[in-house]
Design a protein around this ligand. Structure first.
Ligand code: PHE
Length: 358
């Protein structure tokens, strides 16, 4: 029995001394495992005489229960402690200041193109593209631009050296050649917009040798000037997010449209302050017109059956007006401070707020 007391003390010391669940498991195996000290003693009972076996058996069983219970409660305590320690180690200090992150900004040109596309996309125009390097025919001739037109002159247009297939190549001076490419390569009806880069020899606060336009072309049967006006009035009001923005069509001239018009929006210029909206002044924002039948013929389209309208707008100009950017040259100076100020978060979706669904 003395032996048993010693054993009891040793086993309990091992169980209570375990500092983690692994050590406790070792203590359990050395006491209760197959070859554990208690198990071995249980096996020894068979060799004892009946009296001794009875008293020893009871004592061993009691000790086994006691040890098993001690292991169980030590296990719970250790597991809780380990869980707490793990949680402490993984804890995040939410009071720490946020690390500064450099977030990219959407350039106002991209943002403005996205906005224009969103509005005209709602009117079921789809986006078409064409090459920046055009041939003379697509950029000028097919668009009914006469040989002596100022746009064709060397000092207005960038010509590439040499010729390709007998034609002078130019950096396209507008997105209108994509009208031609679209009509040549498909069958009417057409309803496209063309955002893209354009090039002219010009450089000051409102002109850049490279700039962006969005062209529009709609060709179908029975299209008239009313469709053109409805579409562009709606566009202007959605783009500037102003339900009652005054929009006026002023007669103009483009060789590729007949009749042609320039679109003005209402504004005020009081005391040097410029504001879009109601006022006694007008500001030109885009060119448009009914597609000249000669242009349709140049593309192999029957102008008796089909007609339509086209328009072209300068992206930088629209962005400057909408977002109050005073100098066009700053668009291309790649100054990160400028981009931070005038740029847009990637999370700002192109705004349709107050747009077409009024
Ligand atoms: N291409 C013209 C320009 O660059 C704009 C325009 C496009 C006008 C389509 C009428 C129709 O000025």
């Amino acid at each position: 029995m003395d032996d048993l007391n010693t054993l009891r003390e040793e086993l309990m010391a091992a169980v209570n001394g375990a500092t983690d669940t692994a050590a406790l498991e070792e203590a359990r195996i050395s006491a209760l495992g197959k070859k554990g000290r208690l198990s071995v003693m249980m096996k020894g009972l068979g060799a004892m005489d009946p009296e001794e076996r009875k008293s020893m058996g009871q004592a061993l069983n009691a000790l086994k229960t006691e040890v098993a219970d001690a292991i169980e409660s030590a296990k719970t305590a250790l597991e809780n402690a380990e869980l707490d320690a793990g949680l402490d180690a993984d804890a995040v200090d939410v009071t720490l200041p946020v690390r500064p992150q450099t977030e990219g900004r959407i350039h106002p040109i991209s943002q403005t193109i996205d906005e224009i596309t969103a509005i005209l996309g709602e009117m079921s125009f789809t986006v078409a593209e064409g090459p920046d390097i055009e041939d003379d025919w697509h950029n000028f001739t097919a668009l009914n631009i006469p040989p002596d037109h100022p746009a064709r002159q060397e000092h207005d247009t960038f010509y590439l050296p040499g010729e390709q297939d007998g034609e002078r190549m130019v950096l396209r001076t507008h997105t209108s050649p994509v009208q031609i490419r679209t009509m040549q390569n498909g069958e009417p009806p057409f309803r496209i917009i063309v955002p893209g880069r354009t090039y002219r020899c010009d450089y000051d606060a409102t002109h850049s040798p490279m700039f962006h336009q969005v062209e529009g072309l709609l060709i179908d049967e029975a299209i008239h000037m009313g469709h053109l006006k409805g579409c562009l009035i709606e566009f202007c009001r959605a783009f500037f997010d102003m339900d009652d923005l005054p929009v006026r069509f002023r007669a103009s001239y483009f060789p590729f449209t007949e009749p042609s018009a320039e679109v003005d929006i209402g504004c005020t210029r009081e005391g040097g302050q410029f504001r879009i909206g109601h006022g006694d002044d007008w500001l030109e924002i885009l060119g448009c017109g009914m597609v000249n039948p000669k242009v349709l013929e140049n593309c192999g389209i029957d102008p008796v059956k089909y007609q339509g309208f086209a328009f072209g707008m300068g992206v930088e100009r629209l962005a400057m007006l909408k977002y109050g950017i005073p100098d066009l040259r700053t668009f291309y100076e790649t100054d990160l401070r400028w981009l931070k100020h005038y740029g847009f978060s990637a999370l700002d979706m192109p705004s349709m707020v107050g747009g077409l669904n009024r």
